[in-house]
Write a protein that binds this ligand. Structure first.
Ligand code: SF4
Length: 417
């Protein structure tokens, strides 16, 4: 790779790291050839991130921006027009070549492509579509493609993008129009959700309809769509954020809402906070999001009794809820229904599934939970089994909340059996 390309790659991969909507971290150290350095060896992992496909596989993606020029001025974004960063831009052909080059060497299994807006939203979206189209049609690229689409680009371009991409995403960025007005004045929440609705309808149409000859329509973004929200740049509390997520899951059928804790960017705008949002807040939001989607919780239950409608940072949201609803515990592992089991701190959805299958033919004892690798210290005050009843003082203890903050709760309760 030429020095010029390497420089561009460094700038455009670095600029893409602020997008949380596909990443779970950079790729590990995978040496291609002994002695290789930099981009070829992947020891630095420039532009490579891990992501999860809709079927749960962890894959490596080339995660880049097409360009970090942008005509918009979103205050929280390092690529905004008023930012004083080094700029770079890939041509369509350069992104295609780079992706194929990495793919053929087995460095990546796909591409995550986003971009600042150059000239017009349509012009930018058209270039991104050209990249995906060329990869698929000219080169038979079978890898994963995730395109970040531009909400106010022409619907025909969004639709074309869905024919070549596995997943599409449109960043909502902030949960309310009021926040967007302040921090991203060119963005309009109704325009963003309108674009999401069009994509949702197209995804459904391609999944369910057939042509007049009875053949299925071509695949359209089979991995669905996702979005990202920045946490802690505006004053939105966790209730506002979670309600906005629930609304997006319900109305737009999003696969994921990604939360990205705001961290001050170089050359940041004076309207932004000076301090980063705590990462634990991002983590708690992901936990709450999971409870909303898979555990039957409602936003108001998760935030029951919390201060200022913010999640409790000391406990995970399920533990926080259980501590406030001690009258519902202990529950009998051998009799409780699925929804109640899902509310027990320390019991994940998979474990609940196992418990339900085992107890069809046998009673579950304490040791069975240990075999299932259930965190016994965490679960101890909240359940009964065929051979175990928690002493009443565990649930009544004023210190229970304090004890449950500890990393190894079991040891603190060893005398309490
Ligand atoms: S439109 Fe996107 S790239 Fe441009 S400034 Fe806003 S967030 Fe940044």
């Amino acid at each position: 790779m030429s020095d010029k390309m390497l420089k561009k790659l460094k700038i455009l991969a670095d600029a893409a790291k602020y997008d949380a909507s596909c990443a779970s971290g950079t790729a590990g150290k995978r040496q291609a050839n002994k002695g290789d350095k930099g981009i070829g060896s992947l020891t630095g992992g420039t532009g490579i991130c891990h992501s999860f496909t809709p079927d749960g596989r962890c894959i490596s993606l080339l995660k880049i921006l097409m360009t970090n020029y942008c005509i918009y001025d979103c205050h929280y974004c390092i690529n905004r027009i008023s930012s004083n960063v080094k700029r770079a831009r890939f041509t369509v052909q350069e992104v295609v070549d780079l992706t194929l080059n990495f793919y053929k060497r087995n460095y990546i299994e796909g591409l995550f492509l986003s971009s600042g807006i150059i000239n017009t939203p349509d012009y930018t979206m058209e270039s991104m579509v050209k990249i995906a189209k060329s990869l698929r049609l000219d080169h038979g690229f079978k890898g994963y493609i995730h395109l970040k689409t531009i909400p106010n680009a022409a619907p025909e371009l969004q639709e074309e993008a869905g024919l070549y991409a596995d997943r599409l995403s449109i960043n909502v960025e902030l949960p309310t129009q009021k926040s967007l007005n302040k921090f991203a004045p060119e963005k309009d929440l109704s325009e963003i959700t309108g674009a999401m609705t069009k994509l949702k309808n197209k995804i459904t149409e391609h999944k369910t309809s057939k042509t007049y000859t009875g053949r299925r329509l071509p695949r359209f973004a089979p991995g669905g769509q996702s979005t990202q929200m920045i946490i802690g740049a505006d004053g939105a509390n966790d209730k506002t954020i979670l309600k906005s997520s629930v609304n997006l899951y319900q109305t737009q059928k999003l696969r994921r809402v990604y939360y990205s804790a705001f961290s001050p960017i170089p050359d940041s705008s004076p309207v932004l906070p000076l301090k980063p949002a705590p990462l634990i807040r991002e983590h708690r939001l992901y936990q709450a999001d999971w409870l909303l989607r898979f555990y039957g919780f409602k936003v108001d239950e998760i935030l029951q009794g919390t201060k200022d409608d913010m999640l409790n940072m000391d406990h995970d949201p399920k533990m926080s809820w259980a501590l406030k609803n001690r009258h519902m515990f202990p529950i009998d592992i051998n009799k409780a229904d699925k929804l109640l089991l899902l509310r027990v701190p320390g019991l994940g959805a998979r474990t609940v599934h196992k418990i339900l299958s085992i107890r069809r033919y046998a009673n579950i004892a304490w040791e069975d939970l240990a075999k299932m690798r259930v965190p016994l210290g965490k679960i101890k005050p909240f359940i009964t089994t065929s051979d175990y009843n928690p002493p009443a003082y565990l649930l009544d203890s004023k210190d229970l909340g304090q004890v449950m903050k500890q990393p190894n709760q079991l040891e603190l309760f060893t005398t309490a059996t």
